[in-house]
Design a protein around this ligand. Structure first.
Ligand code: G3P
Length: 216
């Protein structure tokens, strides 16, 4: 299972890389806006420091605009994956871009048939947003189970990125289902490592070691 970091914050990406937990990065316009910097500069830096796929999203809504944006984004580096929203225009663009050898990540997927259509169009990745489904009282992880089964039925090579992850349990469930990738906010990535009993255990070991040293 691969871990992507879901952020446009350079410091978080660098820390995640240092932790050895970053197989790739996903961004979106909201995450870039949060940085309050020139988005083009931020994008270039992310593409240059990450040794793995970096998803960058188009902002055009029409087929022609999406394709043009995708071509210039993909020229930024061999690791760029172009994020395309799941719309009729988006699916047309994915078909064209896939024929041109440009990698795509179809985003804003909220039901399994959207993922099937994206895979048929030649998407490299699909991004179902599970947290946002949980938010409206639908079981987000249910669509991951369905997509894993559907892709398995037909041998699609499209990889499933579990997105809109809000907590470690989401990552655990994605791993149990066998999703290819979880894209994880930095705070949740750190939570995956720690456990209060680990900290208490270390404290206790060190305290006991000190008592032994005093005897010597
Ligand atoms: O990867 C998609 C993610 O950025 C959306 O997350 O928390 O805005 O639903 P959220």
């Amino acid at each position: 299972m691969k871990f992507f970091i879901d952020t446009a914050n350079i410091e978080e990406i660098k820390k995640g890389i240092d932790m050895g937990l970053v197989d790739g990065v996903t961004t979106n316009p909201t995450l870039l806006a949060k940085e309050k910097k020139d988005p083009q500069e931020v994008i270039r830096e992310i593409v240059s420091i990450v040794n793995g796929p970096v998803s960058l999203e188009v902002i055009s809504k029409d087929y022609k605009g999406m394709c043009e944006e995708a071509r210039s984004l993909s020229a930024l580096g061999g690791n760029v994956v172009v994020k395309i929203p799941m719309t009729e225009e988006g699916i047309k663009a994915v078909q064209t871009l896939s024929r041109e050898g440009i990698k795509t990540n179809v985003t804003l997927i909220f039901q399994p048939l959207q993922a099937l259509i994206a895979a048929k169009a030649g998407a490299s990745y699909v991004s179902p947003f599970i947290g946002r489904l949980d938010d409206i009282s639908e079981r987000g992880m249910g669509i991951i189970e369905d997509i894993v089964m559907i892709f398995g039925n037909y041998g699609f090579e499209t990889e499933i990125i579990v997105a809109s992850i809000r907590n470690p349990v989401h990552v655990l469930e994605a791993a149990r289902i066998g999703a290819d990738i979880a894209t994880i906010p930095f705070a949740v990535l750190r939570q995956l490592i720690g456990h209060p009993l680990t900290d208490i255990g270390i404290e206790r070991f060190l305290k006991d070691w000190e008592t032994l040293k005093n005897k010597g």
